[in-house]
Design a protein around this ligand. Structure first.
Ligand code: ADP
Ligand code: MG
Length: 251
């Protein structure tokens, strides 16, 4: 069986009546670098939270590597890493401690957790900040810490919800190097981003979500040639044109 993320006919309405997902179908193959694109409020974070079991779906089917993450949570938790858009971290704890605690939470022995924490602190260029409390980090550094925390247990699938928001260009470029290397080593990347040029540069497959519905899923190059036959436009231009078509079809 080919390992993958499979989503069928997923619906979610929040308790205040907001219909966030209206029948989402999606399939992401093992090892893909996938970008979920869509305007604010489209349902991207909701979808990430449902797949990672942080939010419960109303109906629909969900499977990761052939098992249901809601009923096999402990099995799935080991293979996924999640950096949410609005992660909560203890602001009074140091970067170093948070990293080690995270490893311990996943059952990694203390010594190994410390080693892994060191590696990631260096990779994410947090070395100078390791003894600083998380609460005093800048927005960009906090995002890097979130991503480093998501990687402590060596996940095989990594969910990154708008990971580079607030990062400066140098941090971004370092960040994508790390994520690109992970993907080359077979880690599946599920990314949401508002930065279309980042998606175009790093991802190979995508889905476009708007109003809780998937309007396209497939390769980025196919998307661009579908919107513009000559395939000369950037992903951002094609994306904006396509959103325009969607909104015109609605009205
Ligand atoms: P995106 O990540 O694409 O910006 P979200 O998944 O965060 O979109 O939100 C989808 C819709 O659901 C939006 O209309 C948003 O306001 C709403 N929403 C998200 N979280 C909640 C919540 N906890 N309670 C009520 N409505 C929510
Ligand atoms: Mg979001």
């Amino acid at each position: 069986m080919e390992a993958k993320i499979q989503i069928k006919n997923l619906y979610k309405t929040y308790s205040n009546g907001t219909q966030a997902l209206k029948g989402v179908d999606l399939e992401i193959k093992n090892g893909e670098f996938f970008a979920l694109l869509g305007p604010n409020g489209a349902g991207k974070s909701t979808l990430v939270k449902i797949i990672t079991t942080i939010v419960h779906k109303d109906s629909g089917e969900l499977s990761i590597w052939g098992s249901n993450p809601e009923t096999n949570f402990f099995q799935i938790q080991k293979i996924i890493g999640v950096a949410l858009q609005e992660n909560e971290i203890d602001p009074g704890e140091t970067v170093e401690n948070l990293m080690v605690f995270q490893g311990r939470l996943f059952g990694i022995p203390r010594e190994e957790a410390a080693k892994r924490a060191n590696l990631l602190i260096e990779a994410f260029q947090l070395t100078g900040l390791r003894r600083k409390k998380a609460g005093v980090l800048s927005g960009g550094n906090k995002r890097r810490l979130h991503c480093a925390l998501a990687l402590v247990h060596n996940p095989r699938i990594l969910f990154l919800d708008e990971p580079t928001a607030g990062m400066d260009p140098e941090a971004r470029s370092e960040f994508w190097k790390i994520i690109g290397d992970m993907n080359k080593n077979g880690v599946t990347i599920f990314l949401t981003t508002q930065y279309l040029e980042e998606a175009e540069k790093h991802a190979s497959t995508m889905a476009l979500i708007s109003g809780g519905r998937i309007h396209y899923s497939g390769t980025i190059s196919n998307f661009k040639s579908m919107v513009n036959k000559d395939n000369k436009c950037s992903l951002e231009e094609s994306y904006l044109q396509y959103l325009d078509i969607i909104s015109k079809n609605k009205s």
